[in-house]
Design a protein around this ligand. Structure first.
Ligand SMILES: Cc1cc2nc3c(=O)[nH]c(=O)nc-3n(C[C@H](O)[C@H](O)[C@H](O)COP(=O)(O)O)c2cc1C
Length: 262
């Protein structure tokens, strides 16, 4: 039997959680939801399937919702979800539960784990010493979750009134303009044209054009990978980002997020 973990990640928090969950399962294929096709899983004899992704505007990333809609897969024995978030996940878990139910799945368990906030349009990410503390707590929480996954534990998911507001009002508003919001990205003269931003973009939205400068092509997921992984710190979101802390999960290397060569 096969285990699969479908994941999405910009700065590595969710990729790290996905890797740890794969170990807890005794091995699993890791599949990036922004990059891989939704078909080709129907014939697999599946034991456990995990979904691991960050919370975006109190819901799943847009690419993750699209992936699930088209996912063609047989029912596994055990399904779980791990969300990573920067402080408040809202009702993302119950929302994800409903999206899975609409596909005929039962989400057996779901956990939302606080990790480092990476959304620069709203926040300057925490300073390195604060990042370290948050990640130490994240690791502890992740260990507990992995122990539960090992035991195939089940967990009911509950929502809240405020979470519903965020889910039904704010998340759809955000999703309606996320793809074209990349017109906010600005490139400074510090850009060395290395192309790392294009390589880490989980949806292949960045092309290196004239003079090796990045250009965004209006399919942005706002994952912030291009900003955080830029070795020259050459990107800003409008005027946001100048002098900001940069972040990626310490156990994740930039090459872990590179799209496979075509
Ligand atoms: C577009 C976007 C929206 C976000 N919205 C939320 C949110 O609604 N609530 C929250 O707690 N964190 C939010 N965050 C923070 C991320 O969920 C958090 O930093 C996550 O761990 C990043 O995962 P990654 O490192 O795998 O990309 C948001 C981040 C981004 C990029």
């Amino acid at each position: 039997m096969t285990n699969i973990i479908f994941y999405h990640s910009g700065t590595g928090n969710s990729l790290h959680a996905a890797k740890r969950a794969a170990e807890a399962l005794g091995g699993a294929e890791l599949i990036h939801m922004g990059r891989r096709r939704e078909e080709g899983y129907r014939s697999l004899d599946l034991d456990a399937v995990g979904f691991v992704f960050p919370v975006y505007a109190w819901g799943p990333p847009f690419a993750v919702e699209k992936f699930l809609k088209n996912l063609d897969i047989a029912k596994p024995n055990y399904t779980f979800t791990i969300l990573t978030h920067g402080g408040w996940p809202g009702d993302t878990l119950p929302m994800w539960d409903d999206l899975l139910s609409a596909k005929g799945f039962r989400n057996d368990a779901g956990w939302a784990l606080r990790s480092v906030e990476n959304y620069i349009p709203f926040y300057n990410p925490p300073a390195p010493n604060k990042q370290e503390k948050i990640n130490a707590n994240f690791e502890r929480a992740l260990e507990e979750v992995c122990a539960k996954i090992r035991k195939r534990e089940k967990k009911e998911l509950k929502g809240s009134l405020l979470g519903k507001f965020a889910r039904y009002v704010i998340h759809p508003l955000w999703a309606s303009h996320v793809n074209t919001s990349d017109k906010n990205w600005k490139v400074s003269e510090k850009c060395a044209g290395c192309g790392i931003c294009a390589k880490v973009c989980p949806v292949g939205n960045i092309a290196m054009i004239a003079e090796k400068r990045p250009a965004w092509n209006r399919s942005c997921e706002q994952c912030m990978a291009c900003f955080h992984w830029c070795p020259e710190q050459a990107l800003t979101w409008g005027h946001k980002g100048v002098g900001y802390n940069h972040y990626h999960h310490p156990a994740v290397k930039v090459t872990d997020l590179f799209a496979p060569e075509k």
